[in-house]
Design a protein around this ligand. Structure first.
Ligand code: RNT
Ligand code: ZN
Length: 420
């Protein structure tokens, strides 16, 4: 351990200890938190099954930075590189279109065996895995509807795909010995104001009931449902709105997924966690950064990310919250995008844990809002960075921006040679 890092850490520890914060204990807690890093940042949400299909579903990736992964092996190599620069042991979040198989297989026919290579790799790397049915970028979703499609045959296809996905999730969970969260998100919605808002929601509900009909061992698979407010081409109405899934999730014991970009631009998910937590079985987060719209920018350590970290810590919600990332930026090095967003998310949790929570809660309870504000503001310049550096060093990953040189080397030696 570098002497300077150790010295700064010891000094920081002392300062935090004055407010009753045991930094060593905080780092032990932090180490146990898993972030689910989404595979789709590595290849602009293309996947390997239907590579000739454009990205649809009202989401969009912009940028043409070279080096996107175009095979499962490339994607895994990139993920390994990113994980080697992030402290802790985490999870990889896969979409169904990332199946690793030579077979030409349809989404409704997918089986665990099509993900065996991913499972073997995750075992070898000591990673957990999460899963998602892919209800977009497909011929059968081209008119913007899947589980709520008016055509029963098309609905059937997507129901079967979601059922298959849950089974794959359960297989992954059993194999890896840690729960897989399978998250259902469908893009269904109308560009313009619908006449009938009810019927598509009724169909979505009925389809979901079928998807979830089979009980699976919750130790292996947990289901989540993800809402949104609008997408490109579904500006006026999204079938699976927040109210829809909040109701559905609470009634049916599903995890409710909150994506930071899926609400009105001034609405924040940090302010929803404490309410949801009182009623929902569990929460899944899609940590993202909406820039004027659901733009899925790489998450920065901004006020909202810090607030999410605080809420999770202060509300003691880490036990019932699964933290996933959801952003895709093709205008910068994709490995760097993962590293920046994931390190930031961990930093936000650390920041939350290093707040003088007991003192702040006491001040608030006593109506001493002056102390609440003063302490909150002064803590912004407490030596958080010294603790973060020590944590990275202790966990064997680069300290501060040292990781960037590593990514640049990787770019030159690996990414730029791909010609993608
Ligand atoms: C789309 C949702 C969804 C996707 C991924 C690829 O608006 O956020 O989570 O981003 O499943
Ligand atoms: Zn999302």
């Amino acid at each position: 351990m570098q002497e300077r890092i150790k010295r700064n850490y010891e000094a920081a520890k002392e300062q935090y200890a004055q407010h009753g914060i045991d930094v060593d204990e905080v780092l032990n807690r932090l180490e146990k938190i898993k972030i689910s890093m989404h595979c789709w940042q590595g290849d602009d949400v293309r996947g390997f099954l239907n590579k000739d299909q454009d990205l649809t579903g009202g989401i969009s990736v912009t940028g043409n930075y070279p080096g996107a992964a175009s095979t499962p092996d490339e994607l895994r190599t990139d993920l390994e590189k990113a994980f080697s620069l992030i402290p802790g042991k985490h999870k990889v979040n896969l979409h169904a279109i990332y199946a690793d198989t030579d077979e030409k297989v349809e989404l409704d026919q997918l089986q665990p065996k099509h993900f065996q290579k991913w499972v073997d790799w995750a075992k070898e790397q000591g990673l957990g895995m999460d899963f998602n049915p892919t209800c977009f970028s497909h011929e059968k979703s081209k008119d913007g509807f899947t589980l709520s499609h008016p055509d029963a045959e098309i609905r059937r296809f997507w129901i079967d795909h979601c059922k298959a996905s849950r089974k794959i999730g359960a297989y992954i969970g059993e194999e890896l010995g840690q729960t897989c969260v399978t998250n259902v998100w469908v893009p269904d919605g109308f560009k313009d104001v619908p006449v009938d808002r009810m019927a598509p929601r009724q169909r979505l509900k009925d389809s979901l009931d079928e998807v979830f009909a089979e009980e699976l061992n919750p130790a292996y698979n947990l289901d989540a449902v993800e809402s949104k407010l609008f997408g490109i081409g579904s500006e006026a109405y999204v079938v699976g709105s927040h109210e829809f899934y909040m109701g559905y999730g609470i009634r049916n014991n599903k995890l409710i997924c909150l994506d930071a970009g899926h609400f009105h631009p001034t609405e924040v998910i940090s302010n929803k966690l404490s309410s949801l937590a009182l009623f929902a079985d569990g929460i899944l987060l899609h940590v993202s950064r909406p820039m004027r719209w659901d733009s899925d920018h790489v998450v920065t350590l901004d006020d909202e990310l810090i607030e999410i970290g605080r809420e999770l810590v202060r509300g003691d919600l880490l036990g019932k919250t699964h933290i996933g990332l959801d952003f895709f930026d093709a205008s910068i090095n994709r490995v760097a995008a993962w590293v920046i967003g994931t390190r930031n998310t961990i930093k936000a949790l650390l920041r939350g844990m290093l707040d003088p929570i007991d003192t702040l809660k006491k001040a608030e309870l006593e109506g001493d809002y002056t102390t609440r504000l003063a302490l909150t503001e002064e803590f912004k310049s407490y030596p958080f960075g010294a603790v973060w550096d020590y944590y990275c060093e202790k966990m064997g990953v680069p300290v501060r921006e040292e990781w960037l040189a590593d990514v640049k080397t990787y770019e030159n030696e690996v990414l730029l040679k791909r010609g993608v």
